[in-house]
Design a binder for this molecule. Structure first.
Ligand code: AMP
Ligand code: MG
Length: 417
């Protein structure tokens, strides 16, 4: 039997990233850009606001005329014009004159402060005030939000709804992004049946295929699912060849181990692909294999569901993010306190599907349930992966551990704010 030499997770991740190249830049409509990564920085094309404007409904006046106002010495102003947002007054404000102005409207010439309605007593076309105002008081100053020429968001940033607002603000109706990778997914295993099929002895329903498609979808990638195939070398070889041609990246599940029907190693050989690694010092998923051919990566994930899930998040995710041009290629990493003892030894780095919460004022983490590499229920229950370094054992409740967060889109049932 072939003896495989395990490499550390960090080296495996590094190899994958070193073999991932950003895909070509394309220009798309900004409204379709959610989930892409910017291939150009967002530069402020003008000041924001681009003119001094009123943040309130009130009266624009000259601050100098408000000097000395008090509850006993009220100062009277005459209203000479009335503007709403989007309108501009032709008047220049003179001594003790005011323009009635609505939120968002441009401050008229001569004025340097705004008095809110609530701060006045109105009499027909005039009003009085009982306190003085400073120059620029209650004015949104030109450029206070963003200055023309400023780089606001660097290239390589994921586009989220706030980014879309900024693109719209500066008239980026077309935006340069990196093309998303085409990803093909194949499941191997003679034991696999489809979700609609009746269970028969010896068979299991294929859960990895749909799970990977969903993991891709969570990253904004529409993967192509090619189906599930029996452990037959010829069928699998021609299929992997076809999927390789049609995609930028191939993900297979199952068949990477050293069993009699594990044909992926043979397939990589026949294709002439270079195997970057075929054993990683991790649990689950130590058989995770990644190969490269003509600059394209082939991910051979374990068939064991927890291993498959973890292998995707650890290795396929950073490769895909790199191809998409995102600088932040990894899952978010935080620390949390273990809620219960974890006494299993960790000869290899252990990745435990876990539940991360904020309880009693601290971030805490606990295993999400049955925790073997072939477990499927704990993947569904978890929202994080706890990482326990290789060579450790006997973690106790209260120990601080590393956590990779998944599914930040999941909310909470209630707030404490
Ligand atoms: P393998 O990696 O092919 O050795 O498979 C390891 C284990 O994962 C076996 O128990 C398989 O039956 C199971 N398995 C393989 N593929 C899938 C799949 N697509 N969905 C669920 N379980 C699978
Ligand atoms: Mg198999």
């Amino acid at each position: 039997m072939e003896i495989r030499k395990p490499i550390p997770v960090s080296s495996a991740v590094e190899k994958v990233i070193n073999h991932s190249k950003p895909l070509p830049i394309i220009e798309i409509d900004y409204l379709n850009s959610l989930g892409y990564s910017l291939a150009e920085p967002i530069i402020a094309k003008h000041d924001v606001p681009s003119f001094n404007r009123s943040p309130y409904d009130g009266f624009a006046v000259r601050s100098i005329d408000t000097k000395g106002a008090s509850s006993t010495e009220r100062i009277l102003f005459n209203v000479i014009d009335h503007i709403g947002a989007g309108e501009v007054s032709n008047h220049t404000i003179g001594p003790f004159e005011a323009i009635r102005i609505m939120t968002g409207a441009m401050i008229p010439k001569g004025a340097d402060c705004v008095i809110m309605f609530e701060q006045t007593l109105e009499y027909g076309n005039s009003f009085t005030i009982r306190k003085p105002f400073e120059p620029n008081e209650n004015i949104s100053l030109q450029g206070e939000d963003a200055k023309k020429g400023e780089e606001l968001i660097p290239a390589g940033t994921l586009i989220h709804p706030g980014t879309i607002a900024l693109l719209a603000t500066f008239g980026y109706h077309k935006v340069k992004v990196r093309r998303k990778p085409k990803v093909g997914v194949i499941c191997t295993g003679t034991e696999l049946i489809d979700v609609e099929d009746e269970l028969v002895p010896g068979k299991i329903r294929n859960s990895n295929g749909p799970m990977i498609i969903a993991q891709l979808a969570r990253m904004g990638i529409e993967g192509t699912y090619y189906g599930m195939f029996s452990d037959d070398l010829d069928t699998c070889l021609s299929l992997v060849e076809q999927v390789f041609k049609e995609n930028d990246l191939v993900i297979t599940t199952g068949g990477v181990s050293v069993g009699d029907f594990d044909f992926l190693p043979q397939i990589y050989k026949e294709l002439g692909a270079e195997v970057l690694f075929n054993k990683v010092a991790m649990r689950p998923g130590s058989v995770t294999t990644v190969a490269v051919l003509d600059g394209k990566l082939l991910f051979g994930l374990s068939g064991n569901p927890s291993a498959c899930f973890t292998g995707f998040e650890l290795f396929a995710r950073p490769a895909i993010q790199t191809m998409m041009g995102n600088r932040k290629v990894f899952l978010p990493q935080v620390k949390a306190y273990l809620e219960e003892d974890f006494f299993k030894p960790n000869p290899f780095t252990r990745f435990v599907r876990s539940l991360y919460t904020f309880t009693d004022g601290k971030p805490v983490i606990r295993p999400a349930g049955f925790n073997k590499s072939n477990a499927v229920s704990s993947i569904a229950k978890g929202n994080a992966i706890m990482v326990l370094p290789g060579g450790t054992r006997n973690f106790k409740a209260g120990d601080l551990v590393d956590v990779l967060l998944l599914g930040l889109e999941d909310g909470v049932e209630s707030w404490t704010i």
